[in-house]
Design a binder for this molecule. Structure first.
Ligand code: SF4
Ligand code: MG
Length: 335
């Protein structure tokens, strides 16, 4: 069987306002030709500075926005084509945990109502069933069932994030998309929530797409890591290999700026010198070239393709992963 989630050439351009006759409308190139897959029970992290398109990828995966091009497949089925029952079934399998659980929780509902609501969208529960389900979900995320009568405003930030996770777990999803799910929390609470996610993954075999700007968090939780820069994946590698030996100059700079002996410590918003250029008019060729210490002439002209390396990673860089490697490999394969 194939991967649980497969993303093919996903692209999202947002037009900025409406144009006049014959006048080109400026476009935000939020996500550009992104492809990856996630196996059942695996954690794929997506990392990069803010504005690199990570959250747009999350919204595309959840079908909260439609792609300009490309496809999202769950168990080989294109989610864009899902109708009625299939769409409902898919909605059960994929859940999202947000950065700020408070803004995604209805402040007027009790904890019990909030965490059982996803199930009640699908089936009627008796009062007794609802209480039993709420107690079970609270226990799963390390909270006392006595909390079920509280309101979100009566909970701490860490408790609210546990609640957001309990709600996501209610439908026993195969995949959880977490967008900066621990970024708003204190470091000690952050570590607790990450360990909770790791435990839940072990127990329930849940796959995660874990989006974060924080390399410490990513190193702690990721199996594989996709590094994004201005809407594109520039390197995708097994987590250990990426941190041990980054290949793309952007990955290298990110990691060099964040030596991370303590996974709960580092939080960097813009560790690389210079600003992230605007996605409205991104630099030509390799979009990283204005900030790249090893750029060559060709970097301003051609977009580097993602080239598979011998250790299983892919890298988009004319210098570090030249296409000649790709040609040599295909010659080997061709015999
Ligand atoms: Fe730097 Fe060129 Fe590689 Fe881009 S393609 S990362 S500019 S060397
Ligand atoms: Mg974001």
């Amino acid at each position: 069987s194939g991967p649980l989630l497969k993303v093919e050439n996903l692209t999202k351009h947002y037009p900025l306002g409406t144009g006049f006759l014959n006048k080109t409308i400026p476009v935000v190139r939020a996500v550009e030709d992104v492809s990856f897959s996630v196996e059942a029970g695996e954690t794929l992290c997506i990392v990069g500075e803010s504005g690199c398109g990570k959250s747009t990828v999350a919204r595309l995966l959840m079908r909260l926005v439609e792609p300009t091009a490309g496809r999202v497949l769950i168990d080989g089925t294109d989610i864009a084509g899902l109708k009625k029952n299939a769409l409902r079934a898919w909605r059960r399998r994929m859940q999202m945990v947000f950065q700020d659980p408070y803004s995604s929780l209805n402040p007027r509902l009790t904890v019990e109502k909030i965490i059982t609501e996803p199930v009640e969208n699908f089936e009627r529960l008796s009062r007794k069933q609802r209480k039993a389900l709420a107690a079970e979900l609270l226990r799963k995320v390390g909270m006392s069932p006595e909390m079920m009568n509280r309101l979100p405003s009566e909970l701490s930030g860490g408790q609210r994030q546990r609640l957001g996770i309990a709600r996501a777990l209610a439908l026993q999803p195969s995949l959880i998309i977490a967008d900066e799910a621990v970024s708003a929390l204190d470091v000690s609470v952050q570590a607790q929530i990450l360990n909770l996610l790791l435990d839940l993954q072990q127990q329930m075999g849940i796959a995660f797409v874990f989006i974060s700007h924080d390399l410490g968090v990513v190193e702690h939780i990721g199996h594989r890591v996709a590094v994004m820069y201005l809407g594109r994946i520039v390197e995708l590698a097994p987590c250990e290999a990426l941190f041990a030996k980054p290949v793309h100059p952007y990955t290298e700079a990110l990691i060099a700026a964040a030596p991370i002996p303590d996974p709960t410590r580092v939080r960097l918003e813009a560790p690389v010198e210079g600003e992230v250029p605007s996605p409205i008019n991104p630099p030509s060729g390799c979009a990283f070239h204005p900030r790249c210490p090893i750029a060559v002439e060709r970097c301003r002209i051609d977009v580097p393709p993602l080239v598979p390396m011998a250790d299983g990673r892919v890298v988009a860089c004319h210098v570090r992963a030249p296409v000649t490697d790709l040609l040599e490999q295909s010659n080997v394969i061709a015999g």
